[in-house]
Design a protein around this ligand. Sequence first.
Ligand code: HEC
Length: 138
Amino acid sequence: MKLAVLVAVSAAAALSVAILPNGTTRAASTSVSFSAAQAAAGAKAYTQSCASCHGVKLSGVSAPALAGSTSGIAQQSVVEVYEYVSQQMPMTAPGSLSKAQYLSIVAYILQKNGHTAGTRRLTEAAATTATASVATKP
Ligand code: HEC
C-alpha cells in the first residue's frame, strides 16, 4: 500500500508541469535562483520603470504592492509573475523593456520577497517554468 502511494506521488511530481498563459505546458521547476548582481541590476531598472506606480519600496502607490505576504503576487508563482510583467508591464508601455531587464526585475522582486541570491542567474528558461511561489512563507 505504502509503495503504491509513493509511486503515485512520484509519478505526479514527475508529471508536474507549468501551464503557460498561451496554453502550452512545460516541465515545472519548484526552485528558482538568481544572482545578487542580477537583482542589483533589477533594482535600477525597477526604479526607472516601475517605482512611480508600485513604490520605491514595492509597497504600492497607484498600483498594487509587489512585496510582502499580503501582496497580490505573494501566492503567485514565478512563472505567472514573469509572464505577466514581461507582457503587461509597465502599464503604459507593455513589453518595452529588454528580456534581460524583465528577468533582473523579477530577480529583484524575488529578493524583496525574501528569496536569497545564489550563484546562478535567473534565465528565461527558468523564469518560464518556475512554479515556486513568490512568497517565501506560506
Ligand atoms: C503607470 C503605472 C504602472 C507602471 C509604471 C508599472 N505598473 Fe505594474 N501595475 C499597474 C497597475 C495599475 C496594476 C494593476 C493592474 C490590474 O489590477 O489590472 C499593475 C499590476 C502589476 C502586477 C500584478 C500585481 C498583482 O497584485 O497581481 C505586477 C507583478 C506588476 N504590475 C509589475 C510591474 C513591474 C515589474 C513594472 C516595471 C517594469 C510595473 N509593474 C510598472 C501600474 C503600473
